[in-house]
Design a protein. Structure first.
Length: 88
């Protein structure tokens, strides 16, 4: 939502992290985040999975992104690894 590219790259696991992002040019306005489910991801876990729907608008049209995201804990911090887009 805030388009903080440095923060997003910092929280992306180094094994899958892109070299750069250009979020200011993407045209998306993120509207809402709904967490549908989670697996693991607790304090003593090293992996976690989150299923979510994120609603957005672009070019005066509203859409949504439905994803199941994978996270890894490295040195007591959680990092986004990758995700699978769900086509509803």
């Amino acid at each position: 939502v805030l388009k903080k590219e440095k923060y997003l790259l910092y929280t992306w696991h180094k094994s899958k992290r892109p070299e750069l992002l250009d979020l200011k040019a993407d045209g998306f306005k993120w509207l809402e985040l709904q967490i549908l489910d989670k697996e693991a991801g607790e304090e003593n876990d090293s992996v976690g999975i989150v299923e979510f729907i994120a609603k957005y608008s672009i070019d005066s049209k509203v859409g949504s992104l439905h994803e199941i995201s994978n996270f890894l804990k490295d040195d007591s911090r959680w990092f986004y690894v990758d995700g699978k887009i769900i086509n509803d």
